[in-house]
Design a protein around this ligand. Structure first.
Ligand SMILES: [Cu+2]
Length: 156
C-alpha cells in the first residue's frame, strides 16, 4: 500500500486469492464499493447530454486517496499508459495536506488545493507513458517526513 515510503512501487493487487491481512482486505473492499458507486454516478451524469467534451468524465477511473500524517493511502489498482485517473483526495489527518502528481522526470502533472482537515479535492491526470510516477505532499516539510508514494504505470 502507499503508507510506506520504503515500498515505492504500487502495482495492481486486485487478485482476490492473494493472501492479505483482513483489515487491509476489508479496506480495499470498502474503497472498491466507493469507486463503483462513484463510477455509476459519473456514468449517470454523462447521460445528461453535455456533449462535445474532449475527454468525457465517464472515461476517467476514480481512485480514492486519503492523506494523513505523513502518508497517502488508497488502491489505484493497475494503471496502464494512456489511462486517465480521477483522484479524489481526502484529508483525514489533523494538519493541512495536498497531493501532487509527479511524472518520472519530476515534472508536476497536477496538484490538489491545500486541504484542511476533512477537506476533499479532485484532480484528473492522464498518464501518457509507463514509468515510475510519484505522489507527494508539498505542505511544509511533509515530503521530508516521508509523505510520498510511488505510483507505477504499466505498459499498455
Ligand atoms: Cu502533508
Amino acid at each position: 500500500m502507499w503508507s510506506s515510503p520504503d515500498s515505492p512501487s504500487v502495482k495492481g493487487s486486485s487478485s482476490p486469492d492473494r493472501a492479505r491481512p483482513t483489515a487491509v482486505a476489508a479496506y480495499d473492499d470498502a474503497v472498491r464499493s466507493v469507486v463503483v458507486a462513484a463510477l455509476l454516478v459519473a456514468v449517470g451524469a454523462s447521460c445528461g447530454g453535455d456533449s462535445g467534451a474532449e475527454a468525457p468524465p465517464s472515461e476517467a477511473r476514480v481512485v480514492e486517496v486519503t492523506a494523513t500524517e505523513y502518508a497517502f493511502s488508497g488502491d489505484p489498482g493497475t494503471i496502464v499508459a494512456g489511462e486517465t485517473i480521477d483522484f479524489v483526495v481526502s484529508n483525514v489527518g489533523q494538519l493541512d495536506h495536498s497531493m501532487e502528481v509527479l511524472a518520472p522526470d519530476g515534472r508536476s502533472l497536477a496538484k490538489t488545493d491545500r486541504l484542511g482537515p476533512g477537506a476533499t479535492d479532485e484532480i484528473t491526470v492522464t498518464f501518457d507513458d509507463a514509468g515510475a510516477y510519484r505522489l507527494i505532499c508539498d505542505v511544509d516539510d511533509h515530503l521530508s517526513r516521508g509523505q510520498s508514494a510511488g505510483l507505477a504505470v504499466e505498459e499498455r
